[in-house]
Ligand binder design. Structure first.
Ligand SMILES: [Zn+2]
Length: 350
């Protein structure tokens, strides 16, 4: 049979090459793995295994919780590991799919991208059935896991090269009803900042695949610098529980910051590219403001000093809008194209 242009011949419409040990019809808690074939020098008939926990109790919301999409971000993996172990299946309604380390090869080496194929997982969605190992894992998530859920909570942090005031975020969405559902989840997560974000680049992210299917997608950036703090792990753990409360998966009201006597979540936005200051050069980054500082449009916020020569004026970097510094380049070295600063603005309401 010859397929029409743009069509896939029937014999090519095969299921993903990735499989799992999960019985999707079973009730209770299963700790298993997703297995992607990986034939390499050190294992001819080997596989990359992704640990997965599925907790199911009757009908109810179906939600996918992921961490470790990037391998140098630790709040998601730690919080989801703890919750996957501790949540009693009898206490939930519906199905929680928890994948603490979505990209184990990257997590194992503490790197953003996979060491096996060099691919950044969150630029490889929806993935490819016959692609590299990371692309195959993305394909499985897109075509097997996402159809099973109504919402995805993807826990990120700044990793080794960014640092943030911890925030839960959603994108601007055209569909008002989808926006409302997503807003409810972001507010329930109750991070120090609840952010509506216009990103520098969204192509290839899991975000868009979920959003285009009309489902709820929320992500976080919880601090960074390639480590965790007790506070940021707690934000991740409590946030996931709060979302499960909000969606009716777990009994009880979200344990909000307000209830704990803390500052309520600050609603902010990065509405356009003026929220970002980008490096034009290589050198030593001198950040002149601290996370949480208010800055004025045109304010000098950083300098980049040449490594090669003395006596040169440093490159000067300015805020492109008035607002609050919510994110910054983390290490002391900068290169052209690096994001040096992220400036958010307060919103009256979501
Ligand atoms: Zn990330």
């Amino acid at each position: 049979m010859i397929a029409n242009e743009g069509e896939t011949p029937g014999f090519l419409q095969k299921p993903p090459r990735v499989t799992s040990s999960i019985d999707w019809n079973a009730e209770g808690k299963q700790h298993g793995y997703i297995s992607a074939p990986y034939s390499a020098n050190d294992s001819a008939w080997g596989a990359v295994r992704v640990p997965i926990t599925v907790i199911r109790n009757g009908t109810g919301p179906n939600v996918l919780f992921t961490g470790g999409n990037h391998g140098d971000e630790y709040e998601g993996p730690i919080a989801l590991k703890k919750l996957a172990a501790s949540i009693d299946p009898a206490s939930i309604r519906g199905t929680a799919i928890m994948i603490p380390c979505l990209n184990p090869p990257a997590v194992q080496v503490g790197a953003r991208c996979s060491p096996l194929d060099g691919v950044n997982m969150n630029r490889a969605f929806p993935g490819q059935r016959t692609g590299s190992i990371t692309e195959m894992l993305c394909h499985y998530v897109s075509y097997v896991l996402l159809p099973r859920v109504e919402a995805v909570i993807d826990i990120h942090s700044g990793g080794k090269t960014l640092d943030f005031i911890p925030f839960a975020a959603m994108h601007y969405l055209n569909d008002a009803e989808q926006f409302e559902r997503t807003r409810g989840v972001v507010q329930a997560f109750d991070a120090p900042i609840s952010l509506i974000i216009e990103e520098l680049d969204t192509e290839g992210m899991i975000d868009g695949v979920v959003e285009e299917s009309g489902k709820v997608f929320m992500f976080t950036e919880l601090s960074g610098g390639g480590t965790t703090t007790p506070e940021t792990v707690q934000i991740a753990e409590q946030g996931v529980i709060n979302v499960m409360n909000h969606l009716g998966m777990l009994e009880g009201e979200p344990n909000t910051r307000e209830r704990r006597g803390e500052q309520p979540s600050r609603v902010m936005a990065t509405p356009d590219m003026n929220s970002y200051t980008i490096s034009d050069e290589t050198g030593l980054f001198e950040c002149l403001v601290t996370l949480g500082d208010n800055v004025e449009d045109g304010q000098l916020i950083g300098r980049i000093h040449s490594i090669e020569k003395t006596g040169l004026e440093p490159g000067l970097y300015y805020a492109n809008r008035t607002g609050t510094l919510i994110g910054r380049h983390f290490p002391g070295l900068a290169r052209p194209g690096d994001c040096l600063a992220v400036i958010g603005i307060d919103q009256e309401e979501f």
